[in-house]
Design a protein around this ligand. Sequence first.
Ligand code: NI
Length: 275
Amino acid sequence: MLIDTHAHVNFSAYKNDADKVISRSLENNVWIINVGSQYSTSKRAVEIAEKYSRGVYAAIGVHPIHLSNGIFKTKIDKEEIEFETREEEFDYEKYKELARSKKVVAVGEIGFDYWYKPKTKTKLDEFKNRQRETFVKQLKLAEDLNLPVIFHCRVAHDDLTDILESQNEKPRGVIHCFSGNWDEAQRYLANGLSLGFNGIIFKLNLDEVIAKTPLERILIETDCPYLTPPPMEGRNEPSYVKYVAEKIAKIKKLSYEEISDITVKNAVKLFNLHG
Ligand code: NI
């Protein structure tokens, strides 16, 4: 058994076959946490999870990229796609209402993304402030609901860790799609967080970070539909998480079974998953 701790079967890439993709995953003994990136996808993650008696869960939150208007580029496997975002305001009460579902196991994905940023100083300050304010409100939601957090962070590790270290109540959680260096990894580990690895480990060299990260702090994920691990091609899906597990087993010089056991235990414990 495996747990894909970060999937997006709630996204439009699966609008025609989400149920099939999920059934395939459950038949392969892969449980799924579908992660929201704005209100609509958070709601959809909850609706999907509610359809299954076990093995499918949801995380809710506003991803920093949805705090600005813009056209963004992303890749699904080799294909570059463009998508448009509209500025969204985080509404605490609406999210709290969504979290009444027992299938909601985390707040996320939330955090910082400075990859596409405004060029003028004033606009840049505004952009960063908006990400910070929204992030802090969502941390509060996680604290009030006693839920762990799924963090997204791109080229903003210092800003994220500074805030985490200034919190009285330290959030539990995972830095999803970790792709930094060992120094950055250590800072997150020192704050009690886990690191989530996905298909990006086939593109960037994260061998040292994976080798040094304690086993009990490792989670595996796909971030599907993105980051398809070889040898698969095209749209990624939760059942492909096994390729990530295989590669981590190799780096850790452990068996596939040992890695699947420990990563399942880690996910069950962090997200308090039950039946
Ligand atoms: Ni994601």
